[in-house]
Write a protein that binds this ligand. Structure first.
Ligand code: COS
Length: 383
């Protein structure tokens, strides 16, 4: 749903300019320094990027899902690590509180996420619990009006920077499944919370992950999201449903950028006396990338519109994440192929994107988990 086309066009225009004039020229700096430059973070705050998906009542722009995916497609046209720094505040870092939190929790935390004053993160994955999220082992044992958390969370995006964590922990050790899990809001400076070393990753330089370690970390009972024990797994799944549509849209944006890079290179580079773009085997690769990207775009927009209309889009969000993340992998592969030897060289953007996009098929649920969710929902709906 688009509430006001004119306002949305203004937002998209501002973003397009920001991406073209500020982010793309800084992609190499981002990759080389492994850091989003501080002045760019400040500009992101100034144009409201930290609060895109946060309701206006809490100081954000309150974008609908359709508006948000359109924005994500613009942001996707540059290195994904730029999005990462404000992505968690709009997505997995804030949505648990927004979807299931109490008014008090929302009022206390969310406005500061909307401005970027605090950075948030989402702690689900553990050393022994990835795709099988319900098997997580971090415990939260009640002690008076507090819970004592013990355990380690792994590969936490924005973990090194985050001031606030949504943490899924087992409050009922006798229940080894999803029902024993509770979601907490944990402030980054709580005694007993520490951060591991920054992980060395294949790509997405500038976006940081690390372990978040809880050792007798005392968290007030008032910090249970929604004040209800045993609801944490469902909260996490609802957060991921939303996140999967967003990531799918980012994949569409990256694919469009890779197509631009490929077309430009194919028109400039001559072999056998003519530009690559005149050669039919290269044209086939360009055409396949365009076709798949267009299909992906239509899919994400449809899923987003249905979400705005109030439909349960768990299946469609997984379909979109699965298709779009696999699609951008193929588009990146063709982009490198079209560039030939140059595509393997770090000075060409496609080399970096080829590594960056690999993560999309893994995080917020692997392709195999999306397949599993889709098929399970199909069987459930049919029975
Ligand atoms: N929305 C609301 N509730 C949901 C839900 C959703 N999208 N998906 C599941 N639930 C509920 C189920 O209805 C069930 O509730 P009841 O016990 O009341 O019936 C409960 O949650 C448990 O669900 P289920 O039995 O399906 O859980 P499983 O352990 O079988 O696992 C998968 C489900 C595999 C889908 C889940 O573990 C998953 O998504 N794993 C991937 C995790 C992930 O994406 N990690 C990425 C890192 S975080 S960035």
């Amino acid at each position: 749903m688009i509430r006001d086309q004119e306002t949305l066009d203004q937002i998209l225009g501002t973003l397009r300019k920001f991406v073209r004039e500020r982010l793309i020229p800084n992609e190499a700096v981002l990759a080389d320094t492994d850091q989003v430059p501080a002045d760019i973070v400040q500009e992101m705050k100034d144009i409201g990027l930290f609060g895109l998906a946060i309701p206006e009542a809490y100081g954000g722009l309150g974008l609908t899902m359709e508006e948000e995916v359109r924005v994500a497609m613009e942001i996707g046209q540059t290195s994904p690590a730029f999005r990462s720094i404000f992505g968690t505040n709009n997505g997995i870092g804030a949505q648990g509180i927004l979807i299931d939190g109490t008014d008090e929790q929302k009022n206390y935390y969310v406005p500061r996420m909307a401005t970027g004053e605090i950075i948030s993160a989402f702690c689900l994955t553990e050393p022994d619990s990835g795709s099988d999220a319900a098997s997580l082992r971090t415990t939260a044992i009640r002690d008076g009006d507090h819970y004592v958390l013990n355990g380690t969370k792994r590969y936490i995006t924005n973990g090194p920077e985050a001031d606030l964590f949504t943490v899924m922990a087992r409050t009922d050790p006798s229940n080894k499944g999803a029902g024993g899990i509770t979601a907490f809001v944990v402030e980054g400076n709580t005694p007993g919370l520490s951060r591991g070393a920054i992980d060395k990753k294949m790509g997405q330089k500038g976006s940081h992950t690390c372990d978040i370690i809880f050792e007798d970390c005392r968290v007030p009972a008032a910090n249970i999201i929604g004040l209800k024990e045993g609801q944490g797994f469902k909260t996490a799944m609802k957060v991921l449903d939303r996140g999967r549509l967003h990531i799918a849209a980012v994949c569409v944006g990256v694919a469009n950028r890779l197509i631009d890079e490929s077309v430009r290179y194919a028109m400039e580079r001559k072999q056998f006396g003519v530009p690559l773009s005149d050669q039919q085997l290269v044209q086939a690769m360009l055409a396949d990338s365009k076709t798949e990207t267009y299909a992906a775009e239509c899919m994400v927009l449809d899923g987003a519109r249905r979400k705005d209309a109030g439909e349960n889009v768990s299946t469609l969000a997984s379909c979109s994440k699965l298709f779009c993340s696999e699609m951008v992998g193929r588009v990146a592969d063709r982009a490198v192929q079209i560039h030939g030897g140059a595509g393997y060289m770090a000075e060409y953007a496609v080399e970096r994107f080829y590594r960056d996009v690999r993560l999309f098929r893994i995080y917020e649920g692997t392709s195999q988990i999306q397949q599993l969710v889709i098929a399970r929902n199909m069987v459930r709906d049919a029975s």
